[in-house]
Write a protein that binds this ligand. Structure first.
Ligand code: SF4
Length: 425
C-alpha cells in the first residue's frame, strides 16, 4: 500500500476525488508496495485502481488516462532499505550527536539508486528486489563496487554474506541494465594492484558500466580511526596514475574516458585538476567528480547577463577543499561584475578539519564566520549544504541564520544564479 501525501489541483487524481491520506492498494489486482509499483503500473493507458479513502471507504476506479493529464499525486516517502554492511569508514558511524535525524539512517536502497542516483552496494537485495529491478528495468543504477574481488569486498564491507558483485552486475547487464559505479579508496585495502584488478574487471563487463569514479575515503574526527585512515598525497598520486592509464585506454578503445578521479583525489595528491574536456558528460559531478570544472563551465555558459556590482564586497563561503580552488572560479566573476570576491574556506567544527566538503558544513560554521562581517554586501553559501527544507546539518535553518548575521546571505549553486537574483532582491 502507498499513501497519498499531496494531491495537485487539476490533475487526474483530484478529478477522481483522491485526497491526501488515501491509500493506493492495487493496480489490476497487483498490490502496490512503493512508489516504483505505483509509477510503473500506473503508466499504462488503462487500468483498474483499488484505493481506500481516509473515511475507510474502498473504491475501485476504472481508469482510462486522458493524454497530457498527469495524476498529480505525491506519495508519502518510502521506508528506506537499511544497509547490511559495517564499513570501517561509514559516514553514519562518524556522526556526532544532535544532527538532523535522517542523517543517522544507514540507507542502502536500490530504489533510491535508480530514482535519485544514491549509491547502493546491492548487498541487501532479496530475490523479489532482483525480480523488480529486472521487470521494471531500473537503469541506470548507481553501484558502490569498491572492490570486485568477493573475499576482499566482504572484508571491506564487513559483511561476510555480501554476494559476488560481478555476478550481480553481469546478470543485470544481461537484461540491459547499466551502471554508474564508484570505488571509495581505502589505502592498503583496495588501492594499488587491487584497484587495477577492480578496474580491469569492470572494464571487462563492457558498455554496461557507464562510468567509474575513484574517490579517496573521507573520515571525520568521530570515525573508527584505529581501523581506517585517509590516503596520503603519494597514495593519491599513485591512484591518479592508475586512473589515467585506464582512462586513456578507454578513450582509445571506446571514445570516452570512463573512469575519473574525484576532485578530492587531486586535492590530496596536490596535483592540478584535469581540464573540463577530460570529464566528458560530467556523469558523476554529484559525486564530486569534476565539480570545479563543471562550475566554471556553467558560469562561462550562463546566458543571463551578470549585473554590475561595482564597490560590493561578496564573500563566497565553502569548505576548505573547494576553498583552495575557488579563486579560479571567482576571478572571472570579479571581472564581469566589478565586485570584490573573498573566498572563505571554513573548517568543519562538527567533524573536524579532515572533512573538507561544503555539503557537510553545519549552519553554525557559517554563523561564526559571518557574525562580525557587517562589511559584506552579500555572502554566498553553498546550496548543497542545506536539505529540501532549508536546514543545515545541525538543524539550523537558512532563515535563522539570516536573522543572526549582519549581512545578506543567499544560497547558490553556481554564483550566477544568486548574483542575478540579487539584482532585484
Ligand atoms: S555501505 Fe558502508 S558506508 Fe554505506 S551506509 Fe553501509 S556501512 Fe555505511
Amino acid at each position: 500500500m502507498v499513501r497519498v501525501k499531496v494531491v495537485a489541483p487539476g490533475g487526474l487524481g483530484a478529478e477522481l476525488g483522491i485526497t491526501p491520506g488515501t491509500d493506493l492498494l492495487a493496480i489490476n489486482g497487483r498490490p502496490l508496495d512503493d512508489f516504483l509499483d505505483w509509477e510503473f503500473l500506473s503508466a499504462d493507458d488503462a487500468f483498474v485502481l483499488l484505493a481506500r479513502h481516509p473515511t475507510g471507504e474502498t473504491v475501485e476506479y476504472d481508469i482510462e488516462r486522458p493524454e497530457d493529464l498527469p495524476f498529480g499525486l505525491e506519495l508519502d516517502p518510502p521506508h528506506i532499505r537499511r544497509c547490511a554492511n559495517r564499513c570501517d569508514f561509514c559516514f553514519v558511524d562518524g556522526l556526532p550527536e544532535g544532527l538532523r535525524e535522517n542523517l543517522y539512517v544507514r540507507d542502502d536502497d536500490y530504489r533510491l539508486s535508480f530514482r535519485y542516483g544514491n549509491f547502493a552496494t546491492l548487498t541487501n537485495l532479496k530475490p523479489r528486489d532482483v525480480a523488480r529491478i529486472l521487470e521494471y528495468r531500473l537503469s541506470p543504477l548507481y553501484v558502490s563496487v569498491h572492490v570486485t574481488d568477493t573475499v576482499l569486498r566482504r572484508r571491506y564491507l564487513r559483511n561476510p554474506r555480501a554476494p559476488d558483485v560481478m555476478e550481480q552486475l553481469r546478470a543485470f547487464a544481461a537484461a540491459g541494465i547499466r551502471f554508474h559505479t564508484q570505488i571509495v579508496l581505502q589505502p592498503g585495502v583496495n588501492d594499488g594492484p587491487v584497484l587495477e584488478r577492480s578496474l580491469t574487471d569492470l572494464w571487462s563487463l563492457g558498455a554496461c558500466v557507464l562510468s567509474v569514479s575513484v574517490v579517496p575515503v573521507g573520515l571525520t574526527a568521530h570515525s573508527k580511526l584505529q581501523l581506517v585512515r585517509e590516503p596520503t598525497r603519494d597514495e593519491c598520486r599513485a591512484a591518479i596514475a592508475i586512473v589515467h592509464r585506464f582512462a586513456e585506454q578507454a578513450e582509445v578503445e571506446r571514445g570516452h574516458r570512463w573512469v575519473h578521479g574525484s576532485d578530492d583525489l587531486y586535492l590530496v595528491a596536490d596535483e592540478p585538476l584535469p581540464p573540463a574536456s577530460w570529464y566528458g558528460d560530467f556523469e558523476q559531478v554529484e559525486n564530486g567528480v569534476g565539480s570545479v570544472r563543471y562550475l566554471q563551465l556553467r558560469i562561462a555558459a550562463s546566458e543571463a547577463p551578470l549585473p554590475r556590482l561595482d564597490g560590493q564586497r561578496i564573500a563566497v563561503l565553502t569548505g576548505t577543499a573547494m576553498g583552495r580552488l575557488m579563486g579560479q572560479v571567482t576571478a572571472p566573476l570579479a571581472e564581469r561584475t566589478g565586485a570584490v570576491f573573498e573566498v572563505v574556506g571554513l573548517t568543519n567544527p562538527l567533524f573536524g578539519p579532515s572533512v573538507t566538503t561544503a555539503a557537510l558544513l553545519p549552519g553554525r560554521a557559517f554563523q561564526a564566520a559571518l557574525t562580525d562581517r557587517g562589511d559584506l554586501t552579500l555572502a554566498l553559501l553553498p546550496a548543497e549544504s542545506v536539505n529540501d527544507e532549508g536546514r543545515f546539518m545541525d538543524d539550523l535553518t537558512v532563515e535563522e541564520l539570516a536573522r543572526s548575521v549582519p549581512c545578506a546571505i543567499r544560497l547558490s549553486y553556481d554564483f550566477g544564479d544568486a548574483l542575478v537574483a540579487g539584482r532585484s532582491g
